[in-house]
Design a protein around this ligand. Sequence first.
Ligand code: PAF
Length: 306
Amino acid sequence: MNTVTSIAELRAELDAARAAGLGVGVVPTMGALHEGHLSLIDRSVAECDLTVVTVFVNPTQFRPGEDLDAYPRRLADDTALASERGADLLFVPAVEEIYPPGFATSVAVRGITERLCGDATRRGHEHFDGVTTVVAKLFNIVQPDRAYFGQKDAQQVAAIRRMVADLNFRVRIETCPTVREADGLALSSRNAYLSADQRERATALVDALRATQSELSDGVRDGATLTQSALRRLADRLAPDDTVEYFEIVDPCSLETVESVDRPALAVVAARVGSTRLIDNFPLEPKTDRPSAIPTTNPIPQGAAI
Ligand code: PAF
């Protein structure tokens, strides 16, 4: 595996690969790779001729108060892991390579990014603007055939899919299932910040999602009823100082709240356990003979309205 730091070097490598007819996959990351990222690399390696892993701690997606300097940076470990899993190229640009002096452009996906984690009160859409801007840049730099993202960041994936459809990027977005610990907790580099007690309480999120799925199988389809029930379960398990930011049943593409789960939906949750913010989600499938419509590749036709 070759590590490159400049756009010019990366493009030279990729131009040669494309001239040889190779299909290119990209796995965008901020490094500190864990099994969740590695599952994305595995999928790209299995499906593409050449896999590029990008490692870039993107300053524009950090919210006010979030400590960019404290974000884990483990390039030696990341290099070893990406190489072991069969990646071909590691792209590790400096901040100035991505945002040179005078950089003034932002790619903002409205609507999808203004609710849930992007709620106006949390100004979270600024975080998503940072994500879509850097992902748009990475797509233009790498020009991949496929790009791999984790289902755990469902809102990020929905925004990226919308951007790809709206801006006619020629890339197929592949969403890979959330990788979980043995007790169900979704893998996240933030899990390391949890104490033993908090770690136990954090499983309330996945348990509430599981319970929602099982209530749905029992025939409860009303979104408000499912939500109230999940919020009660979370309140029973979390400590008074923990906070549930949201639990909602939403459409997987638009992320609008759904009133009744008559078609595939997503149960999404965000909570602070101690000071650690965790998110998770589960697909919800009403019992039907129809095949699943939960998207794993681009569901939005280019130019379509949501
Ligand atoms: O999910 C992430 O790690 C980041 O948001 C991404 C997609 C690499 C953009 O910086």
